[in-house]
Design a protein around this ligand. Structure first.
Ligand code: GCB
Length: 576
């Protein structure tokens, strides 16, 4: 990667990123689940806003402080004297000056390490928004693309007593990334989920898949050295070698009775434990079946955000969101538009909420680029491997609202098929395309999905409600449809007539009509209005919006419930 002291190269090289791009951190090295003890490297890190990406250009991480003759170099960085920032945190919330910053931030810290008999050591990042370059003790370990999924690097042979970790996190929006440069949400940056050090036996479980289907518990594990492992579920009297499909009659998990079992997998000296719920999710014709019984997905969408913490939401905030959704009589939530923290599905497992999880294949994606597809596949794999054992998660969504071109069809088909091959136990969906002129669902991707998701904004972007039932009459979809979005902006507390846009009264009128229309359409087997709470959105510059998408049923700080919240609550209560 060239010499640090090569001043000419540092300042003149246009393509300084290419050598880094060659070494990608992917799902191949992900170690996940199992509740093994880990040491958190959270807390105070040193950081610098590195607007010109000089750490990567000039290779500061090599820590060359002097030349071959011992003469000190004049340096442009000083890792340990930089100010500190808390991890996990979005840098946007650390200092008002950084709120709108998009670019690189260098994070660094030193940690002590003494071996304690472990065979291998990994550093695990819960997520870094959006791209992260990782360096340990002057060595480049790779770049991770995708700001919402976890990744690991192996540190085993690199550790000494004192260890310097440098992570360059970059959130520049680019058309070749997933998501691309145009999103209807705020572009946060930073190490906003925990960083952990994992000490594992040399032979260990990298990840495991345990699920229930048609009277059997299926269990398999990704093992470092092959061979077999053992699974134990004491409450079910299970103690068996895996992989296996074990006949079992567990008490099935449901939102009403979110029963979880202690599951233990042993392999060599490694012990992997999880609390896992067993349930069966399927479709039959237009029906969605949970544990063999028809279910309506009474739901709501949510972004991962809070006013105070940005994307680095706390456990209390997640629990509060779920509580507010359940109080609205929801049993289902669409976690839009990217993987939320893994804590979300863990809490949903515990409190009983069905989830739709999604990768950010969103607007303006470069569907023709193989590199972009590789990135999307990797993010999908990381998400599925991470949350496979969460009973709450019933749907993997492979994307949202893209025009039905041949390139997009090939791209999304590859994702839908990947989801099936990684996970035979769940349903696949996506927000599909509707032709709002011809009033028909036109999306060829629907053939690859188990559930057709539809975003429709009758009453807001399109005022004529009479068109909505016609879409279904014309399409006669052969699969269950979930209305994955509908809604209208309403400034919190702003009142007026039902015709005054941006008032709560207008929003409520849209909800009234949506409810009346959708309840009469038999194809609709689930509804998730957009959205539980208002969220930051730099595209929204109407004076009422002030940088927020105001379609929330709640205000951004969640203190105000708009009238539409109560309308949904009543509707969901009525339909049971
Ligand atoms: C959509 C998008 C969502 C937007 C929403 C809106 O269709 O999927 O991300 O925020 O519309 O408010 O326009």
């Amino acid at each position: 990667m060239g010499e640090v002291g090569n001043f000419q190269e540092n300042i003149h090289k246009a393509d300084y990123l290419s050598p880094y791009a060659e070494k990608r951190i992917t799902s191949e090295t992900l170690v996940t689940g199992g509740n093994r003890p880990s040491e958190l490297l959270d807390g105070e890190w040193n950081y610098a806003i590195d607007q010109y990406d000089t750490c990567l250009r000039a290779k500061w991480y090599q820590e060359e402080y002097a030349d071959a003759d011992g003469r000190p170099f004049p340096l442009d960085f000083s890792f340990d004297r930089w100010p500190s920032i808390r991890v996990p945190m979005c840098w946007n919330m650390a200092d008002p000056r950084f709120f709108l910053y998009e670019g690189s931030v260098v994070y660094t810290r030193v940690f002590r390490y003494a071996p304690r008999g472990e065979g291998r050591v990994f550093l695990r990042f819960g997520a870094a928004a959006q791209t992260a370059y990782v360096f340990l003790n002057k060595r480049y370990l790779g770049v991770h693309y995708g700001g919402s999924t976890p990744f690991c690097v192996e540190a085993t042979d690199l550790l000494t007593e004192y260890n310097r970790l440098v992570v360059v996190v970059n959130n520049t929006r680019r058309p070749d990334l997933i998501p691309a440069d145009n999103t209807d949400w705020f572009n946060y940056g930073g190490l906003y989920r925990s960083v952990e050090l994992l000490r594992l036996p040399a032979e260990h479980v990298r990840s495991a898949k345990v699920y229930y289907k048609e009277g059997k518990i299926n269990a398999a594990a990704d093992l470092t050295d092959g061979g077999t492992a053992r699974i134990e579920i004491p409450e079910l009297g299970i103690d068996a070698a895996i992989p296996a499909a074990i006949p079992a009659a567990p008490e099935l998990w449901s939102p009403e009775r979110p029963r979880l079992y202690d599951v233990k997998i042993t392999y060599g000296g490694d012990i992997w434990t999880e609390r896992i719920g067993f349930r069966d999710i399927a479709v039959n014709g237009h029906k969605i079946l949970l544990n063999g019984e028809e279910i309506f997905l009474s739901g709501v969408c949510a972004h991962e955000e809070s006013v105070v913490n940005g994307k680095a939401v706390t456990e209390d905030e997640i629990r509060e969101n779920f509580r507010l959704a359940k109080e609205m009589n929801c049993r289902f939530m669409r976690l839009a538009h990217y993987p939320h923290t893994e804590l979300a599905a863990r809490i949903a497992d515990e409190v009983g909420l069905l989830l739709w999880e999604e990768i950010p294949v969103y607007w303006a994606i470069d569907f023709a680029a193989p590199k972009t597809l590789a990135d999307a596949k990797n993010q999908l794999t990381e998400l599925i491997v991470r949350d496979f054992n969460r009973a709450s998660v019933i749907i993997w969504s492979v994307g949202n609202e893209n025009a039905d071109t041949d390139e997009r069809l090939a791209f999304m088909t590859a994702l839908a098929r990947l989801a099936r091959s990684l996970d035979p136990s769940r349903l696949r969906s996506a927000a599909c395309l509707v032709d709002h002129h011809k009033l028909i669902i036109t999306d060829r991707l629907a053939n690859e999905l188990d559930i057709i998701g539809i975003n429709e904004y009758y009453g807001w972007y399109e005022p004529d409600f009479s068109k909505l039932p016609k879409i279904f009459e014309n399409s006669r979809p052969a699969k269950p449809v979930v209305i994955s979005e509908f809604g209208a902006d309403a400034r919190s507390g702003s009142r007026g007539t039902v015709d005054d846009l941006y008032t709560e009264d207008h929003q409520a009128e849209v909800y009234r009509k949506q409810i009346e229309t959708l309840r009469a359409i038999p194809y609709v087997r689930g509804i998730a209005p957009w959205i539980l709470f208002e969220f930051r959105c730099p595209r929204r510059l109407h004076y009422t919006q002030n940088g927020y998408n105001l379609k929330g049923l709640l205000s951004a700080d969640k203190t105000r419930k708009k009238p539409s919240y109560y309308l949904m609550r009543k509707f969901y209560e009525e339909i049971g």
